[in-house]
Design a protein around this ligand. Structure first.
Ligand SMILES: O=C(O)CCC(=O)C(=O)O
Ligand SMILES: [Mn+2]
Length: 208
């Protein structure tokens, strides 16, 4: 069972129960216990600002990505991450070689408007976004069409949001802060990072 979001210039599908409540409890605990959560900072106007969430990056050895001018090497897959990835690959009918994890401690943790358009992801990335724990509001906004309303989806525990096609070209997304009292939430975005000449030092254009 899934819901296709009605939107121009994008392809977003919501699977509210990709994982059962039992599986969700299990993975919540496994990820809380085993992931090396980090508090990263971003440099803004020469000041180090802590990100409003904890993060972690896991994946195949070569799945290197650059973020805020920092080259990030992934940590090796854990059994829980491999099992979650397998479910995502079955549903998405796509392959993923890395996952970015976000830990939102409470309603003050958030992620601002952005698109997942790092060059390493290629032109039309397939992104599988999985959630465990508290339900949080996820919003999509068209970059040019001011006549289109913001789309809001409440992402619940055990859900999968699949973004593909031209979604990352034409739409931005965010997880806003909320004044409501909400518990912690773990989000995982599975991605396929493309090796390129700069990171590999060869002319290989293979996907891995
Ligand atoms: O937490 C979410 O639902 C979104 C996370 C996200 O957009 C990202 O990691 O790029
Ligand atoms: Mn994103």
């Amino acid at each position: 069972m899934h819901q296709q979001i009605v939107m121009p210039d994008g392809d977003v599908a919501y699977f509210p129960a990709c994982f059962s409540p039992q599986e969700s409890d299990h993975y919540w605990q496994a990820l809380t216990d085993s992931i090396a959560w980090r508090q990263e900072s971003i440099k803004l106007f020469n000041k180090e600002i802590p990100q409003p969430r904890l993060t972690a990056w896991y994946g195949d050895e070569g799945a290197i990505y650059t973020y805020s001018n920092i080259t990030n090497h992934p940590l090796p897959w854990t059994p829980a991450l491999l099992a979650i990835r397998q479910r995502c690959e079955e549903v998405a009918q796509a392959s993923f070689n890395s996952v970015l994890l976000n830990y939102y401690r409470n309603g003050q943790d958030s992620m601002g408007w952005h698109q997942d358009n790092e060059p390493e992801l290629g032109d039309h990335p397939v992104i599988a976004s999985v959630n465990f724990g508290a339900t949080r509001r996820f919003q999509l906004r068209h970059k040019k069409r001011k006549d289109l309303a913001t789309i809001t989806i409440e992402l619940g525990s055990g859900s999968l949001l699949l973004m593909q096609g031209t979604t990352q070209t034409y739409w931005k997304h965010q997880v806003p802060k909320t004044a409501q009292s909400v518990g912690a939430r773990i989000n995982l975005t599975f991605r396929l990072i493309r090796q390129n000449e700069t990171t590999e030092g060869t002319e290989s254009t293979e996907f891995f």
